[in-house]
Design a protein around this ligand. Structure first.
Ligand SMILES: C[S@@+](CC[C@H](N)C(=O)[O-])C[C@H]1O[C@@H](n2cnc3c(N)ncnc32)[C@H](O)[C@@H]1O
Length: 272
């Protein structure tokens, strides 16, 4: 494992996560009763605008029930479960964090989706899958943790079938220094942000063609205003995944976007 992967894994180490989630979920449904994807969304959609963003990206990627989908850097699996529950497709999730994969597997059983959604620990730069084994790859708020973007996008392209699509949702560098801690890194040593134009160049050089390239910064700013002005939600949420400094991380993310240090990009690209 590379030094970078060790740092990233440490950031998302989440000790005892599944046991803590199990205990917290009893406030929603007793163990043994099925949960819905929507009920888990405050806990398991680990990116700005949560389930709204996943839904929009999936629609833009034109998924259907026959698609074989890889969610690379799947976190605790909210997006993967949403895709399987909404479109009926089969989804494989892979993530560096063993604690996240354990929690993802448990939550998927609780949603009754284990026949369609599976997870494994692994590195997005060394995917344990044959060439051309997926019709779509999702990469939501993951690339900023990856130092070697050229290798990341090449490896994703390798596992995409001809005509397959990469759907990516990312933070991009704009103007000025990023304020840390953020939800993806407590300091700059595990953060590898690129500008929007640099991201596009690396993707095009890797052989992709953009079919959607959209600046979502304003819509994210509007979302932050609504969320931060609202009452805090009761029940399990991302704070229990990331720890007591999560409000400070989220506050800095909102500040970075508000002060034009970071922008937000959604893109869907064909394999080319
Ligand atoms: C901010 S979370 C996003 C999780 C998920 N995509 C979501 O939107 O709910 C970033 C995730 O990327 C994973 N990650 C970062 N670098 C990775 C790599 N090289 N291979 C696999 N997973 C990685 C982290 O472990 C973490 O779970």
């Amino acid at each position: 494992m590379t030094d970078t992967n060790i740092k990233v894994r440490e950031h998302y180490s989440a000790t005892g996560l599944t046991a803590r989630i199990k205990a917290a979920l009893t406030t929603i449904k007793p163990e043994g009763q099925a949960l819905t994807v929507a009920q888990l969304a405050p806990l398991d959609q680990f990116h700005t605008r949560g389930i709204l963003a996943t839904g929009e990206l999936a629609a833009a990627a034109r998924l259907d029930g026959s698609a074989r989908v890889l969610d690379a850097g799947c976190g605790i699996g909210g997006p993967a479960r949403y895709l399987a529950a909404t479109f009926g497709c089969k989804v494989t999730g892979i993530d560096l964090s063993p604690a996240f994969i354990d929690a993802a597997t448990y939550l998927t059983e609780r949603c009754g989706l284990s026949d369609r959604v599976t997870f494994q620990v692994g590195d997005a730069l060394h995917l344990p899958f044959d060439d051309a084994s997926f019709d779509a790859v999702f990469l939501q708020h993951v690339a900023m943790n990856v130092e070697n973007r050229t290798s990341l996008y090449a490896e994703v392209r390798r596992v995409l079938a001809p005509g397959g699509r990469l759907a990516t949702y990312d933070l991009v560098l704009r103007d000025g220094d990023v304020v840390y801690p953020t939800p993806w890194a407590r300091d700059p040593s595990a953060s590898f942000l690129l500008s929007e134009s640099h991201t596009r160049k690396v993707l095009e050089d890797a052989g992709y063609n953009a079919v959607l390239w959209r600046d979502d910064t304003q819509v994210v700013l509007d979302w932050f205003k609504t969320v931060m002005g609202a009452q805090p939600q009761s029940g399990p949420n991302l704070g229990m995944v990331m720890g007591s400094d999560f409000p400070a991380m989220t506050g800095n993310l909102a500040r970075n976007v508000r002060e034009n240090r970071l922008g937000v990009l959604s893109a869907v690209l064909t394999r080319g």
